[in-house]
Design a protein around this ligand. Structure first.
Ligand SMILES: CC(C)(COP(=O)(O)OP(=O)(O)OC[C@H]1O[C@@H](n2cnc3c(N)ncnc32)[C@H](O)[C@@H]1OP(=O)(O)O)[C@@H](O)C(=O)NCCC(=O)NCCS
Length: 318
């Protein structure tokens, strides 16, 4: 990863504001999820707008021009059209006519994109690939649903992946469990024939919690094993920011030592799905918990159910 850029919408939404629509409290939300604040996109601010803002910074940090990109991948579940994808419009706004497509793997999308980009560069299909994770979760969450309203936030993060002398993206550990497709899902399904309510996100919180907290530690360990890196030698652990209690349980189940900083960006960003890992990397780099070149373990997981993780060298940032 040559360079990282992020975009955080201006509007900060507090737990107090969330509790205007649900029967809950700031204390309950913090104790069950760790979340204090999240950001919501402004009216009219789209996944494409946020992707472009993050991507411009990632290009700056990489020292790469948009016309050098060979591929643009946007991981998102909140772009409002199935067709056309967001990625070609992101590429166009950047001044690129690279191959461009969206990737639908929910909260695991960024790590899936990173795996594809790495293999493209290694295989010689591309010299430079832009990978974006961008979400406007606020538009698919029902603000009156106690089980989801407080969890999600909006934002975008992007990296440029390109050739390097030393491998900076380890082999991916990934998979899916489609038998649990319904535990995080939009309902109703898009109905092209009948008019009806707009699809919103539904989540069986306890089932998701159990799956993430108990199964994802094994996948993270597999990513470490594939890269030949011992957990003791990590400089940072950057799991998907689903819920602070899940972050803590994963940290414990992996035996991440005290000296390894763990991303806790969820406290002020909420769960931003595909954007959460690049946003969390940015926070760690910006506040000095980690530095470019450090060895970090990433793991994304969510709806599908889908998951992917890899060991990386942290990028430069802008
Ligand atoms: C959503 C989540 C915080 C709910 O916590 P939980 O402990 O599982 O909550 P439950 O649904 O079992 O409800 C427990 C109690 O809290 C109450 N409750 C639920 N939502 C509440 C809310 N927003 N505010 C206050 N109380 C709430 C319930 O009514 C229930 O009360 P009862 O015991 O009196 O019946 C938790 O399941 C979770 O974090 N799941 C994973 C979510 C996630 O990370 N998703 C993203 C994956 S990518």
């Amino acid at each position: 990863m040559l360079g990282l850029g992020v975009y955080r919408p201006e509007r900060v939404v507090t737990n107090e504001e969330i509790c205007q629509h649900i029967d809950s409290t700031d204390e309950w939300i913090q104790s069950r999820s760790g979340i204090k604040n999240r950001r919501f996109a402004a009216e009219g601010e789209t996944v494409i707008d946020m992707s472009v803002a993050a991507a411009r910074k990632a290009l700056d940090a990489s020292g790469i021009e948009a016309d050098q990109l060979d591929c643009v991948i946007v991981a998102t579940l909140t772009h409002t059209q199935h067709t056309p994808a967001a990625a070609p419009r992101v590429a166009d706004r950047l001044g690129s006519s690279a191959a461009a497509f969206d990737l639908s793997a929910a909260c695991a999308g960024f790590c899936h994109g990173l795996a594809l980009a790495s293999d493209m560069v290694r295989g010689g299909t591309a010299a430079y690939v832009l990978v974006v994770g961008a979400e406007r979760m606020s538009q698919i969450v029902d603000p009156t649903d106690r089980g989801t309203a407080f969890i999600f936030g909006d934002g975008a993060g992007a990296v440029v992946v390109g050739r390097a002398d030393v491998a900076g993206i380890g082999p991916v550990a990934w998979g899916s469990d489609g038998s649990q497709h319904d535990v995080i899902a939009q309902h109703p399904e898009c109905d092209l024939v009948h008019e009806g309510p707009k699809p919103v996100l539904h989540m069986e919180g306890t089932a998701v919690f159990r799956w993430a907290a108990f199964s994802m530690g094994k996948v993270a360990q597999e990513a470490l094993d594939l890269a030949g890196v011992d957990v003791e030698n990590l400089d940072a652990f950057v799991p998907h920011q689903a819920n602070l209690r899940i972050v803590d349980m994963l940290t414990k189940s992996l035996n991440v030592p005290e000296h390894v900083p763990v991303a806790r960006d969820i406290i002020d960003s909420g769960n931003t799905s595909a954007a959460s890992i690049p946003l969390a990397m940015d926070t760690m780099l910006r506040n000095g918990e980690a530095k470019p070149g450090d060895t970090a373990l990433l793991i994304g997981f969510g709806a599908g159910l889908s998951y992917a993780g890899q060991v990386v060298a942290l990028p430069a940032f802008a």
